[in-house]
Write a protein of this length. Structure first.
Length: 644
């Protein structure tokens, strides 16, 4: 019977050996991993045992060896510096200290971080909040500043003092990562099953939580190793003669620890040797994942973390026109727009839209809408669908400005222009230039000035003086074969439209926009009898209007300020395509900020009228490229324009 344990242990040992063999075989099939492993092992061995084979007396050779090239004489394989010190010997001694400090600080920081992170993630509640607040307070201090303070106030700095200083801060990222991992694991089925079977907290940690989180802990510890190594090198640099400008005399490796003997009676004068290391204080951001949602106390109650809400502000801006802009129902020298700014994670997204008084909106009402519903934007700038569904379906210019600002913010956070985020082509059709309403000769003169810049002209009609056809004829006389479009802005009656449309067709007009008042009962009949396509503007606001427009028009005019933004405009285009309707992208009098939002989706449209910023005396948001008659969306992240 005494031999039975030995007999049973042999298969167990063999099984254990076999369990390692697949791991070694997988590792052997990865030559990069093998080579990297050998290199790391060599560095560790050199740092640990190199100083035992090299005498400290070889550090300083002689004054004649200053800036000497590498040679095999006297272990001078790396050459010497400006005062004749052997760079290889300095590296060997410095590497030992760097490795010792880095490994010790990483090990202690990992142990401490795993312990606190596990407690915070498993217990939650006030204990979790307290631990995370401590990490927030410590996390704002750059590690380099802390290390320099330790050096200044705890001289002489030994390796263990440096290790302690590093450990005080290196546990923070480990604690955060472990806390998040444990919090996510504890709600899984196998953990809940263990709890239901009466498993103790200790057994739960040892058998379930920590083994499952081990991969994350290993990654956190290995990525953490670089920070103490950098700081250990800073300490070594300070010991080696004022590299940080803190001392004036170079110290030798025997200053670093015991066992190297007493220093010889030599002194090296190095005037002006105070050098500056290439150091930068890294900006540390507080992790938003360390906060719970407001009003809740535990992870199971909310299901996800709290992050700061999107900060919202709105303002009214007056845009001055270069010339008085006249249409059939109004004339203006300036227009008020609402500009929305959304701030999240230190980044701002901007959007703009001009409220349309034709629909009972004003800049004041749009601004009030944004301020009233700011809290509905939540904390996720990527939740466009959720945000726009939550906002009341009114004040569409304000909604368009919010929509544009969200798209701008998303693009800036991801470093991509909006048109790329939407998966669209960059370039759309050339924009038309609007020739506002005037007498025939005046319109012809203004059209002639635009011929060298634009490839299409859009004429504002509806003078109610019987001269609309003559206006088109006068412009055609100077424009040659340039495509012409007309916009009547609801100014014609049914009979006037029936009379004018055939004559416009003879003059080569491509289409007529909104000839009848919105909702006119003669719309369907006019569509059937018109010799040129009819596009509707005032008849088509949002997606729900598109289907009805198919009965009275050949195409629709989509404006972001009218529909509520980019997202709704994309929906309208797809619905119109399904109904075989043409699609035109229009605009209001807007700066480059509003025009850039439209330009992001211009490639979806057949016709584009994005000249609002070109009508201004001064564009406060420059940056939209105008190339060969096309308003291109910028390539910079987001909407790509900056306030000028």
């Amino acid at each position: 019977m005494a031999g039975l344990p030995q007999t049973a242990s042999a298969p167990a040992a063999a099984a254990q050996r076999r369990s390692f063999s697949p791991t070694w075989r997988r590792l052997a099939r990865q030559p990069v991993a093998m080579v990297s492993g050998f290199i790391l092992l060599a560095i560790v061995l050199v740092g640990a045992f190199g100083p035992h084979f090299v005498s400290p007396a070889l550090v300083h050779l002689s004054d004649e060896w200053r800036n000497h090239p590498p040679t095999f004489r006297g272990w001078n394989l790396f050459g010497t510096d400006a005062i004749g010190e052997n760079l290889l010997v300095r590296t060997l001694y410095g590497l030992r200290t760097s490795e010792m400090t880095a490994l010790a600080a990483t090990a202690m920081g990992t142990i401490f971080g795993v312990a606190l992170g596990s407690i915070a993630g498993y217990r939650g509640g006030w204990l979790d909040a307290a631990i995370m607040r401590v990490t927030d307070l410590l996390g704002v201090f750059p590690l380099l500043v802390v290390f320099l303070a330790v050096y200044a106030y705890f001289t002489p700095v030994t390796a263990w003092k440096a290790t302690f200083a590093l450990t005080c801060f290196l546990w923070i990222p480990v604690a955060r990562v472990v806390r998040a991992e444990i919090a996510s694991i504890r709600d899984r089925e196998f953990v809940q099953a263990a709890l239901s079977l009466g498993a103790s907290d200790r057994r739960l940690f040892v058998r379930h939580l920590l083994p499952t989180a081990s991969g994350t802990i290993i990654i956190a510890a290995t990525t953490l190793l670089a920070s103490p190594r950098r700081s250990a090198r800073l300490r070594a640099a300070a010991e080696w003669g004022g590299d940080l400008g803190l001392v004036r005399e170079p110290a030798l490796p025997w200053h670093w620890g015991a066992g190297l003997g007493a220093p010889p009676s030599i002194r090296f004068d190095a005037p002006g040797r105070n050098r500056t290391c290439d150091l930068a204080l890294r900006r540390r951001a507080l992790y938003p994942l360390s906060y719970w949602r407001r009003g809740e106390a535990s992870l199971p109650a909310v299901g996800r973390w709290y992050v700061p809400a999107v900060d919202v502000s709105a303002r009214i801006v007056t845009l001055e026109l270069a010339e008085t802009f006249v249409i059939s129902r109004s004339a203006s020298d300036s227009e008020d727009v609402v500009v929305v700014e959304l701030r999240h994670s230190g980044v701002s997204g901007f959007g703009e839209a001009q409220p349309i008084d034709r629909y009972g909106e004003s800049a004041e009402s749009a601004k009030a809408y944004v301020e009233e519903h700011a809290e509905l934007l939540g904390d996720d700038p990527f939740a466009l669908e959720e945000v726009l569904e939550t906002l009341p379906a009114r004040e569409f210019a304000a909604r368009a400005a919010i929509d544009a600002a969200l798209h701008d913010l998303q693009g800036k956070l991801l470093g991509q222009p909006v048109w790329r985020l939407l998966g669209l082509r960059r370039a759309g059709p050339p924009t038309s230039w609007t020739v506002w309403l005037g007498d025939p000769d005046d319109m012809a003169r203004r059209a002639e000035k635009a011929l060298d810049r634009f490839r299409r002209l859009k004429l504002k009609l509806g003078g109610r003086d019987g001269l609309d056809v003559e206006r088109v004829r006068a412009v055609r006389g100077v424009a040659g074969d340039l495509p012409l479009l007309v916009d009547v802005n609801e100014a014609w009656s049914f009979d006037e439209a029936l009379e004018a449309l055939p004559r416009l067709a003879e003059l080569g007009v491509e289409y007529c926009e909104q000839p009848l008042p919105a909702g006119s009962p003669g719309g369907a009949e006019l569509k059937g009898r018109s010799p040129i396509p009819i596009y509707v503007d005032e008849d088509c606001h949002t997606l729900r209007d598109v289907a009805g427009c198919a009965e009275r028009a050949h195409g629709i005019n989509v404006k972001l300020a009218k529909s509520g933004g980019i997202r709704e405009a994309v929906r309208m285009v797809h619905a119109a395509r399904a109904l075989e309707l043409g699609c035109m992208l229009g605009c209001m009098v807007e700066s480059g900020l509003g025009i850039s939002a439209g330009a992001q989706v211009a490639s979806l449209f057949d016709h584009v009228d994005l000249d609002g910023n070109l009508l201004l005396a001064h564009d406060p948001w420059p940056g939209v490229p105008f190339v060969d008659g096309v308003q291109l969306p910028p390539e910079a992240p987001g909407l790509g324009v900056q306030s000028g």
